[in-house]
Each structure stands twice: as C-alpha cells, then as structure tokens.
Design a binder for this molecule. Structure first.
Ligand code: G3P
Ligand code: CA
Length: 254
C-alpha cells in the first residue's frame, strides 16, 4: 500500500521542517508543535556531520539557523550538538534549542506520527547507509518514507533497502513523471506546488496518470489558502506546509 496516497476527500497534511512557522525549523519544538496541531506527518532534512552522524538541518551551512558558522559537514556531531538552533527565531522563546540528531526525531515517532525524510544534498553510499541504519535501529523504520532531489542518493537507498518507499523531489515537472518515478523506484512524485499547478493547466490528466501508476503526489511548500483550495480540488495526495495547524483548520472548515 502506498503510504502517501490520499484515501478521502482531504489531502494528507505534512508539516514542513515541523510546524516551522510556529517554532524554529527542524527542531524538536517544531515537530512537537506539528503533532500538537494534529499533523500525521512531519518533513525534515538530514545531513551528515564531519564524523558521519545524521543531523536535522536544511542548509549546507550553519549560519542561518544556528549560532555556528560554515558547513555542517565540517563540524563534528559534538560541535553541532553544542549549537543553538532556536536563538534566531523571532520571539526569542526558543533560545537554547539544539540541532536534533536524526535519532531524536525517530525516537518520537508512533502509530500516529510518520516521517517524510529528505536526504538533503549529495550523500555517499556510506552516508545513506548510516541514515538507513538509524531508521532501522529506532524500531520506527516502517514509519519513514525517504525523499530526495538527488537521484544518486535515491539509488543508494534502493540498493541498500529495496522495500523502502521513496519520493522523487523535483523543482520542475518531468516530461514523463511516471517514467521518472519508475526509473528510481519512487512511489511518490513531489514537485514544487507552483510547478504542479502550472503544469496542470497544460496537462490536466497528469495526476490521473500518476495515480493510475499508483504514484502519490505530495507538493511543497504551500502556505496560502488559495493554493490549498486549488491543490485539494486538483486531487493531490498530500500538501507539505509550514502551517499545519492552519491547513488542518482550513480543511475542517471546508
Ligand atoms: O519536502 C520538500 C521540500 O522540503 C523541498 O524543499 O528546500 O524546503 O527542502 P526544501
Ligand atoms: Ca526539505
């Protein structure tokens, strides 16, 4: 069964980097806020430290979201663990919040909490192996769908863990999205929401084609009710948003 296929009239709600409009992105408070809002899925980005520990950060550099400097891949896990990933957030309430290792988020998954795990940037086979091992060791393996823009990283996942559900992230639509997913073994096609809405004006059957191939569509990153309406009516399976509480409220009122 495809874990991202929508089963009713409403798309799945996926909290982008946690509830990242309410708390600092990719931190445990952001994930907790997403779960408190009722989001069944959270999305996050994983990258390796210098010594190979998978940690949750979006940018290649530490500068924007922590009080560190330079590439995360140039710092040890111990150095990254000492950083403050909450001080930058506007209201000052999250100062002292750390950069979580992937294992910390995995430990909080449950039957009602699933993870869309983005392998961010290039990863060697060994780095992918380490991510997959963390998933397996957590006991929450079956609650994790891996996605990436990096076709090579998806290939490593496919080789190392052939049954892992995969999502193919794209900024622009492929000429043949079904074939693009088949090439990497993806069960989800995850485009920029604007690219999808634009593409549907030219190719109105696109979602049907993907669904006939049992490929789900999870779009990123939509925070505007006008977009939520267009995407829901079009039939996307999931909406990745920085505002899961607002999207869930909007869906409930519809
Ligand atoms: O989940 C998809 C989305 O997160 C991809 O874009 O840059 O926010 O990682 P980005
Ligand atoms: Ca991401």
């Amino acid at each position: 069964m495809n874990p991202l296929r929508r089963s009713g009239p409403a798309p799945l709600v996926i909290a982008h980097r946690g509830a990242s409009a309410a708390a600092p992105e990719n931190t445990m408070p952001a994930f907790a806020a997403a779960w408190a809002a009722g989001a069944g899925w959270v999305e996050t980005d994983v990258q390796p430290t210098l010594d190979g520990v998978p940690v949750l950060l979006h940018d290649p550099d530490l500068d924007r979201t922590t009080d560190g400097r330079g590439p995360v891949r140039g710092r040890s896990a111990r150095e990254v663990a000492a950083l403050d990933a909450g001080r930058w957030f506007p209201d000052g309430a999250f100062t002292g919040t750390g950069v979580p290792p992937l294992s910390a988020l995995l430990a909080e998954l449950s039957p009602t909490r699933r993870l869309l795990l983005e392998i961010k940037g290039e990863h060697t086979r060994q780095q992918v192996r380490t991510v997959l091992r963390a998933c397996r060791d957590s006991g929450q393996d079956h609650r994790v769908l891996v996605q990436s823009f990096e076709v090579a990283a998806l290939g490593h996942v496919r080789d190392l863990d052939p049954h892992r559900p995969l999502g193919l992230l794209v900024e622009e639509l492929d000429d043949d999205p079904v074939a693009a997913c088949a090439r990497v073994g993806a069960c989800a096609y995850n485009p920029d929401h604007r690219a999808l809405l634009d593409g549907l004006t030219r190719r109105p059957d696109l979602l049907d084609e993907l669904h006939r191939a049992d490929v789900a569509v999870a779009v990123w990153t939509a925070d505007d009710p006008a977009d939520w309406a267009a995407l829901t009516d079009a039939g996307v399976d999931a909406i990745i948003t920085n505002r899961p509480a607002e999207l869930l409220g909007w869906l409930a009122d519809r």
